[in-house]
Write a protein that binds this ligand. Structure first.
Ligand code: NAD
Length: 269
């Protein structure tokens, strides 16, 4: 397997620290960016026996400073994997009680910070002809949420839209931009918010979850790692005998057992 350099933003967090552990075990070099200096240094110490690790302490929402810092990282290390994991909100606030500052904060944290990291790092990936970028939306951004508020859900929906546009703009360069959209995952932050609810509220929350429980961090990491990898095969040319208009090239190849990955559901629908 080709080993790469991965830049993780919000690296010390629940889902990203576990992502970092998986990448380190495969021998990928890591640049761990987080504003929590103590936490990110602890993670770096843990992973140093496995791989080359560098710590970058910074606030991604301080956009100008972050742009400079990340441009320096791009120049020195040319990361070919970028994971944008800053975000998260567990405040349940009705639309009428939201304030302008909620929108400003959450948009900065989720959308503008994701854009600035990509702006700083992707041009180098394009020059090298390869890159994998993973952004973080949430299930709420695809629909609605019982766990937070319209400002956060709106920002995550914006991450979805922005990712599609960037994927479109970068198509053909070797740089692939994807977005993951998890339901509630029991990271310390989210599990802590659950624990602070009263028993009736806990029951109500769990009753709304299809599996009756939060997802685990290990489950959440799977989709992130998939998006950070190189696809195993190039889709073959469509079969001339294929008549199913709703079946994409990936699915036909899958049906012929020439491929082991599933195709994008949106392509097939
Ligand atoms: N955990 C969930 O239930 C869940 C569900 C759906 C989507 N998500 C999304 O997944 C991503 C990761 O979630 P998580 O629960 O693992 O997060 P987390 O709260 O465990 O970790 C976030 C990390 O980002 C760092 N950070 C926060 N603000 C920063 C800033 N301005 N600059 C630099 N670093 C900063 C924190 O120090 C922390 O280490 C987020 O984007 C979140 O919105 C999480």
């Amino acid at each position: 397997m080709t080993t790469r350099t991965a830049l993780l933003i919000g690296a010390a967090g629940g889902i990203l620290s576990e992502t970092a552990r998986g990448l380190a075990k495969e021998g990928h070099s890591l640049i761990l960016f987080d504003r929590d200096e103590a936490a990110v240094k602890r993670l770096a110490e843990e992973l140093a026996p496995l791989t080359k690790v560098e710590v970058a302490v910074g606030d991604i929402t301080d956009i100008s400073a972050a742009e400079q810092q990340l441009a320096g990282i791009a120049e020195r290390h040319a990361p070919s994997i970028l994971v944008n994991g800053v975000g998260g909100d567990t405040r349940v606030i009705g639309y009428a009680d939201l304030e302008r500052s909620h929108f400003e904060e959450t948009y900065l944290e989720n959308v503008v910070s994701t854009w600035i990291a990509i702006k700083a790092v992707a041009p180098q990936m394009v020059r090298n002809g390869y890159g994998r970028i993973v952004n973080f939306a949430s299930a709420g951004g695809r629909t609605y949420s019982h766990f937070n508020n319209a400002a956060y859900v709106g920002a995550k929906a914006a991450v979805l839209g922005m990712t599609k546009q960037m994927g479109y703009e970068l198509a053909g360069t070797g740089v692939v931009v994807n977005v993951v959209a998890h339901g509630p995952i029991a990271t310390d932050r989210v599990a802590g918010a659950f624990e602070r609810r009263d028993e009736a509220a806990k029951k109500a929350v769990l009753s709304r979850l299809p599996m009756g429980r939060y997802g685990t961090v290990a489950e959440a990491v799977g989709s992130v790692r998939t998006c950070a990898r190189k696809a195993p095969a190039t889709p073959p040319a469509p079969s001339s005998t294929s008549t199913a208009a709703s079946t994409c090239e990936w699915c036909s190849a899958l049906a012929r057992k020439q491929l082991t990955r599933s195709c994008c559901a949106e392509v097939c629908r």
